[in-house]
Design a protein around this ligand. Structure first.
Ligand SMILES: *Cc1c(COP(=O)(O)O)cnc(C)c1O
Length: 479
């Protein structure tokens, strides 16, 4: 496919603006470019066709099923986009006088209230721009807390082996040593290993619950108790709240700090081209350490931004990616308490439906009731037929289905992690189940066919390492 720069013809421009009626300004010669930039010269129709063609080459939730585990690629109502596009939200500036942006400040304060109700935390910062950024922010709160108490021997963060890869990375970024602890055969934290790992040097524990194999840890209160007893704090990785919102609260499980991915659970797609938001919530005793400024309501409205008393500074500008917060607020407000609960229930129901329907051929790595996602292992299939999780994932593309997350979590061999999300219908899931069953049968009949998959997509198997490490992003004009 041609790039937009390779289309069009000299002089074929879009002229939507009239002649300028603003007096010309003189700019110092050194700042002026010597020749005009080589912009594409195309008609509006060419432009429109170009982007439609590009869109057809990609796969989004609007094109079909997207069960990418841990990413919650659900359908988000367009009303959320509509509110975030209102000029009252888009045409304002963070340095404007508070009096003129009362609505925007109220959005932040309201969202803090809703998230507190959903999580059992007390205060939030909306600065972090993503989940991993939230982890870093929250760990800095833990660090500031220990430092404030003069307790500086705490240098270790405990992370179970079922954790998301960002957890140990964030802890290391904060200067902590990472202590890995194993999961038991049931996919839950091994309590004895945890007891052996905690001590006077424990700054905290990072945990995802439900964890990355989709299991809710039944010992969660015992886990947080053990860490607290050793003087550490508990960090909850709330990137995926899809299974528990309205049902269980990290605050009640004993967690002190957490982040939420608004760009998964709350109406912005994960990695969907655009900003994210990873607000960090804390229990009251940690509120003084939060970064940034909070809008606080006084008698005359939100006229004074407050910097928490022992704040360690700022982690990002102003209140982060504000428009993502507008979408999230629209989403939870439209759903209401009952709707939020129903979304969680359906997410869990859908995941268990798919898990059960595949059980006879590809049982889940941990064959118990799962939360919003589950992990199957293709290890046996791989050994018997040579067909790997990668082959099966690629074959799904030919069915118009986005593959599940592959080779994650690391503790499961030949893993495929499936998260149908609450917005999919039974018919869509049945089609996907049928596709997976056909691929499974094909593995025994004609494995070569699967090694070559996909057969009907625009590109087959790109070199993933090269694509990630050496992206070719800049158009070089031919000489
Ligand atoms: C997605 C995810 C993260 C990281 O979120 P980003 O916004 O991609 O940085 C962290 N933990 C878990 C469990 C996740 O699923």
């Amino acid at each position: 496919m041609k790039l937009i720069f390779e289309k069009g013809a000299e002089g074929r421009k879009l002229s939507i603006f009239g002649a300028s009626d603003v007096p010309a300004v003189t700019v110092d010669d050194q700042f002026l470019r010597k020749e005009a930039p080589k912009l594409p010269q195309v008609s509006e129709q060419e432009l429109s066709r170009h982007y439609s063609a590009l869109e057809r080459r990609a796969h989004g939730v609007n094109n079909g099923f997207y069960p990418l585990g841990s990413c919650t690629m659900k359908y988000n109502p367009s009303v959320d986009e509509e509110t975030a596009a209102l000029p009252g939200f888009t045409a304002i500036h963070p340095l404007q006088d508070e009096k003129t942006v009362q609505g925007a400040l109220k959005v932040i304060a309201l969202m803090e209230k809703k998230l507190s109700a959903i999580t059992g935390m007390e205060q939030f910062t909306f600065q972090p721009a993503a989940g991993a950024h939230g982890e870093f922010t929250g760990l800095l709160v833990i660090k500031a807390y220990h430092k404030d108490r003069g307790d500086e021997k705490r240098t270790k963060i405990i992370v179970p082996d079922s954790a998301h890869g960002t957890n140990p990375a964030s802890a290391a970024m904060c200067g902590y040593d990472v202590v890995n602890i194993p999961s038991g055969a049931d996919g839950c934290v091994d309590l004895e290993a945890l007891k052996a790992a905690v001590g006077e040097d424990t700054a905290g524990l990072m945990l995802t619950n439900p964890n990355t194999v989709g299991i809710f840890d039944k010992n969660i209160q015992e886990i947080t108790r053990i860490v607290h007893e050793a003087g550490g704090l508990c960090y909850y990785d709330g990137a995926n709240l899809n299974a528990i919102m309205g049902i269980a609260r990290p605050g009640d499980m004993g967690f002190d700090v957490m982040h939420i991915n608004l760009h998964k659970t709350f109406a912005t797609p994960h990695g969907g081209g655009g900003p994210g938001s990873g607000p960090v919530g804390v229990k009251g005793f940690l509120a003084a350490f939060l970064p940034g400024q909070r809008p606080v309501e006084g008698e005359d409205g939100f006229l004074h931004m407050q910097t928490p008393e022992k704040s360690y500074g700022s982690i990002r500008s102003f209140n982060g990616n504000f428009l993502v917060v507008v979408k999230a607020l629209t989403y939870v407000t439209m759903l209401g308490r009952e709707g939020v609960l129903e979304a969680s229930r359906n997410a869990v129901l859908n995941a268990n439906y798919m898990r059960k329907m595949l059980e006879d051929i590809l049982p889940a790595a941990y064959p118990v009731t799962c939360m919003h996602e589950f992990v199957i292992s293709l290890d046996k299939l791989h050994k018997e037929t040579g067909v790997s999780a990668l082959d099966a994932a690629k074959a799904l593309l030919d069915y118009g289905i986005h593959p599940p997350t592959m080779y994650f979590p690391l503790i499961v061999h030949e893993a495929l992690m499936i998260e149908p999300t609450e917005t999919e219908t039974k018919e869509t899931m049945d089609e996907a189940i049928q596709a997976i069953r056909e691929i499974y049968e094909m593995a025994y009949q004609d494995p070569e066919q699967l090694h070559q998959a996909p057969h009907h997509t625009v590109i087959g198997r790109p070199d993933e390492v090269k694509a990630a490490r050496k992206p070719y992003l800049r158009y070089q004009e031919e000489a």
